[in-house]
Design a binder for this molecule. Structure first.
Ligand code: ZN
Length: 250
């Protein structure tokens, strides 16, 4: 059986382009039900700017047996150009907040928008992270830079998989191009709570927050089947932490 992890980037709507936690509050429990139905576990990368409102959901996720990892504090899209100190402060803050809530160590990180910087390795090592799931092998090079600045001898890189040898294995891409994954294992799939909003919800948010029309169209084209796509690829999913531990035992 191929090791696989379905991961959720837990952040404000549209990558925090609008500071709304509508999807977190309306979708998290539905996602957990799908995981439960297939007896599967996943890793949730938390953007801690969603606190304090998200605390009860983080606890719910943890209590259901999933892994909690860090997705940075503010979900800004410039983690590739931050100074080392800015980057350190963002990631340290998020790690501490999560460890305080859970009472245990956070060992995994994923940077917002897959934007790694020349300092990412150093900062993660200094903060005691064991793995980084920010790397991608996608060939959409203008958007996702394959193995960008990934040179650490200490960190374990848990790369996002690809579909059709080209697209990153985000649930929105899988919904468009199929769920067959290629490349190196383990297979790592990612999604966000806002990927699963209904058309009605999106229109509501659009009116309120002026989501760009092309984003709206991109999402509405796929409405209705996102939870099905998730169900199609969730079987046998486990936490990244588990996959790493099993590997080390062999
Ligand atoms: Zn994100």
């Amino acid at each position: 059986m191929v090791a696989k992890s379905v991961t959720i980037d837990f952040e404000f709507d549209w990558g925090s382009r609008i500071k709304s936690d509508y999807a977190i509050t309306h979708v998290t429990e539905k996602l957990l039900q799908v995981f439960k139905k297939y007896n599967s576990k996943g890793t949730f990368f938390i953007s801690t700017e969603t606190l304090p409102n998200s605390e009860k959901y983080i606890k719910m996720i943890k209590n259901a047996g999933h892994e909690i990892a860090s997705h940075g504090h503010n979900h800004t899209l410039d983690y590739d150009v931050k100074s080392k100190m800015d980057l350190y402060n963002q990631i340290e803050k998020s790690k501490k907040l999560l460890e305080d809530i859970m009472g245990e160590k956070v060992i995994g990180f994923r940077t917002p928008a897959f934007k790694r910087s020349r300092y990412t390795d150093e900062v993660l090592e200094e903060l005691g992270f064991i793995y980084d799931s920010s790397t991608t092998k996608s060939k959409m090079r203008n958007r996702y830079k394959p193995m960008q600045y990934a040179n650490s001898k200490k960190l374990i890189y848990v790369s996002i998989s690809t579909i059709r040898d080209r697209f990153p294995s985000g649930i929105k891409w899988m919904n468009l191009f199929g769920t067959k994954l290629t490349g190196k294992k383990p297979y790592i799939i990612y999604a966000h709570p806002f990927d699963f909003l209904s058309i009605k919800d999106i229109l509501k948010l659009y009116d309120k927050n002026k989501i760009p029309i092309h984003v709206l169209l991109f999402y509405t084209a796929r409405i209705g089947s996102m939870l099905n796509t998730l169900a199609n690829c969730i079987e046998n999913s486990q936490t990244i932490k588990n996959i790493i531990l099993q590997k080390n035992e062999k």
